[in-house]
Design a protein around this ligand. Structure first.
Ligand SMILES: Nc1ncnc2c1ncn2[C@@H]1O[C@H](COP(=O)(O)OP(=O)(O)O)[C@@H](O)[C@H]1O
Ligand SMILES: [Mg+2]
Length: 253
């Protein structure tokens, strides 16, 4: 029996458009479970990013509830949401958004230094460990502009987990990467999940979706399907691809 980490109830999101409203999310009900690598798939423009922003408190839903740790994030004020994004959630995006005049080391460590619960020494040690795990120790003093896109994304992953988030959100984290870097980034996310990190990733990349232990499919503003899978192993990639591909076809992907 898995523990629920976050849940949405009747979640709606609309945008003002041409004097009217367009409804992107309409009464979404869903739960995220601790330890899962949950992936949300759906066509481009189906509302995947909108859902991720609403669930993570980056944006506010129009109606409904997002329940996390006994709190409804739809009702939480901006200050509360900012604190939560800092302490409990980690974020990775398609664009890495690293600070251009800070080294890779500093980019990772800075959110750690802002965390009052950890000493500077502890943050430094964890940063070194993450640099090692992400395979970027040798370039830790480089600026983001001096390293490849794949290395920047690995740095962004380290930064996202420096404060040991309860939930890691990723929006198309491989969207700007070539094939080799995509594989590396997916391997790192799989590894993090293997050591217990709960992840919610949205993607329209089938290869990324193969890493999931649970895939949700969004269409017409709702979650219309769910597939659960055992943890990913590379030797089963082919059969997993066949299974996921058949399921996606049944969702009319
Ligand atoms: N701030 C906004 N204002 C108006 N429309 C928006 C806004 N953000 C997203 N949309 C629209 O909502 C739909 C879903 O967007 P998005 O969640 O980014 O889709 P996905 O991530 O699945 O590609 C799109 O049609 C998009 O144009
Ligand atoms: Mg998107």
């Amino acid at each position: 029996m898995k523990n629920t980490i976050l849940s949405a109830k009747g979640l709606c999101k609309s945008f003002a458009h041409n004097g009217g409203q367009i409804h992107i999310l309409s009464h979404v009900d869903m739960e995220l479970y601790e330890g899962d690598f949950t992936v949300i798939m759906g066509a481009s423009g189906s509302g995947k990013s909108t859902l991720l922003y609403a669930l993570s408190g980056m944006d506010r839903a129009t109606a409904g509830q997002v329940l996390y740790g006994g709190e409804d994030l739809v009702q939480t004020n901006e200050k509360g949401l900012a604190a939560l994004r800092h302490t409990d959630f980690g974020f990775i995006f398609q664009q890495m958004h690293l600070v251009s005049n800070l080294s890779l080391f500093e980019n990772i460590a800075v959110p750690g230094y802002l965390n009052k619960d950890k000493s500077a020494q502890k943050v430094k040690e964890r940063t070194e460990k993450l640099l090692e795990q992400m395979g970027i120790s040798h370039i830790k003093n480089h600026l983001p502009s001096q390293v490849s896109g794949g290395e920047q994304q690995r740095c962004a992953i380290a930064r996202a987990v420096i404060n040991e988030p309860k939930l890691l959100f990723a929006d198309e984290p491989t969207g700007a990467l070539n094939r080799k870097n995509t594989t590396e980034v997916l391997n790192l996310l799989t590894e993090l999940n293997g050591s217990g990190q709960s992840i919610l990733m949205v993607t329209h990349d089938m290869r990324a979706a193969l890493r999931a232990t649970r895939i949700l499919y969004i269409a017409d503003g709702k979650i219309i399907g769910e597939l659960t899978l055992p943890p990913y192993t590379p030797d089963e990639e082919k059969s997993r691809e066949t299974q996921v591909s058949a399921w996606l076809n049944s969702m009319e992907w």
